[in-house]
Design a protein around this ligand. Sequence first.
Ligand SMILES: [Ca+2]
Ligand SMILES: [Ca+2]
Ligand SMILES: [Ca+2]
Ligand SMILES: [Ca+2]
Length: 381
Amino acid sequence: MRLRLERLEDRATPSSTRLFALSQDGNSIVAVYEATGPQGPSGNPTSFDGTARLLTTINPYPGQTGGVRVALGDVTGDNIEDLVTVPGSAAGQVINVKVYDGASLLASQTKLVTEFVAMNGIGGQNGTVGGAYVAVGQIEPGSFAKEIIIGSGYGRSPLVQVFSPNGNALIREFAPYATSFGGGVRVASTECSGDLADDIITAAGPGGGPHVRIFNGQNPAFIVDEFFAFDFRFTGGVYVAAGELDGVNNRGDIATGAGEGGGPHVKVWCAAPQQRYFPKSEAFVSDPNNRSGVRVGVANLDLNQNRQSLYTGEGSEWVLNRFPVSNNSEPRLRAYRMDAFVGGVPVQPGTFNATSVMSLERINLLDPFPFGRAGGLFIGV
Ligand SMILES: [Ca+2]
Ligand SMILES: [Ca+2]
Ligand SMILES: [Ca+2]
Ligand SMILES: [Ca+2]
């Protein structure tokens, strides 16, 4: 019972750390930032407003150019979020998961805590490109350290694996979609089922419908809920993140971003206790004609007391680079909060079941990649 109480406190108070990590398709460099700015005026969604500090850059997979997928979460148990990386798309890629200690990163030092091989070592099958996706969640609340969730990448049968915080044990493994689907499995984690242990959210990559599923983290045989994030005919795939965005109830909220070929369309899905998830808020985050896809992240970088913010980054994945980012949508980080709409491009009223739309405030980062941009932006927050 004590564990559960502490878990609730954890949900209600912001993380003490403000680390975030960005990576790019087309190279293998991760830029690790600390959000250092003061919180904006009351009611103003201004986040760290240009005062984020670049702590360090990491090259987890030298010589590889398929990008690095990143996630943040405390897997060492010291209450400071750590950085977890997996390789992005590249032929013949071994899925080597790496964990970097967050406390060291805050001191601008790179300390590899552990590394291990996921997806049974296979990134793609039959010579296809592969890579993987990563999230961190409190799947087993008996240990304070969080577990590491890996989703299979483009080009292999869909698979989710959950590893113990130190990477030594594979504690869950399941196929979230039909085995014939090879579009990849994007993953996120938050508490959706009401048992106070985090659950596993999957979003289908390109090639199928925009299918999002919430699996009970305690037993993935049970599906908490599922929905199509966008029109069921849209086959560009879905990016997913999760956290507490509306500040309304204790069920976690899910953010979805349209993949390559769709507009820069994001939605936030919420649910009352015992109810289905529904799209509570949505927006186009940049030029509606941009077709490069939009990645999403949820975090508490501005230390708001009761809700997190949504972060987006645009750009087509290296393997699927059919839709270059348009001039109006350069791959930079943008931040949104569910509140009154203050910018961006609103979705037509009456086309969704919303009680609010997201406010928009673009974070004034100078340039997350001063050494040049190659492709789209992955967000780890
Ligand atoms: Ca840690
Ligand atoms: Ca745990
Ligand atoms: Ca749960
Ligand atoms: Ca909520």
